[in-house]
Design a protein around this ligand. Structure first.
Ligand SMILES: [Cu+2]
Length: 121
């Protein structure tokens, strides 16, 4: 009679290559940048129409993405201290994800009287 022997591969001694750091005491000044691609929690839209932002005042939570759409024929821009959309032609959009809470006032560089504010909570 033939006996089938089942060989159990016991992975008991997985070789964990413990690459021991050379023990160079470099202190703990490493800065971790793990928020390069934050997850967007919510999306908001701001329309640009008749030389105004609609809504001009918008309150969002942190990590919200706001998308501006230019519904005018002429170009507009959205300029804040943290970003500049550049020229937006008709039907063009610009999106920005707000990470840090704060009050972000913006305007159109071409028409400075066009103003808006995003409050990030
Ligand atoms: Cu404008």
């Amino acid at each position: 009679m033939m006996r089938h022997r089942f060989t159990l591969l016991l992975a008991g001694t997985a070789l964990i290559a413990a690459v021991a750091g050379g023990g160079c005491g470099n202190g703990s000044n490493q800065t971790k940048t793990t928020n390069s691609k934050p997850a967007v929690r919510q999306n908001y839209a701001v329309a640009i129409k008749n030389f105004a932002f609609h809504p001009a005042n918008l309150t969002v939570g942190a990590k919200s993405r706001v998308t501006w759409t230019n519904n005018d024929q002429g170009p507009h821009t959205i300029v804040t201290t943290v970003f500049n959309s550049g020229m937006l032609g008709q039907s063009e959009t610009y999106s920005y994800t707000f990470i840090k809470p704060g009050t972000y006032r913006y305007h159109c560089a071409i028409h400075p009287y066009m103003e808006g504010v995003i409050v990030v909570k």
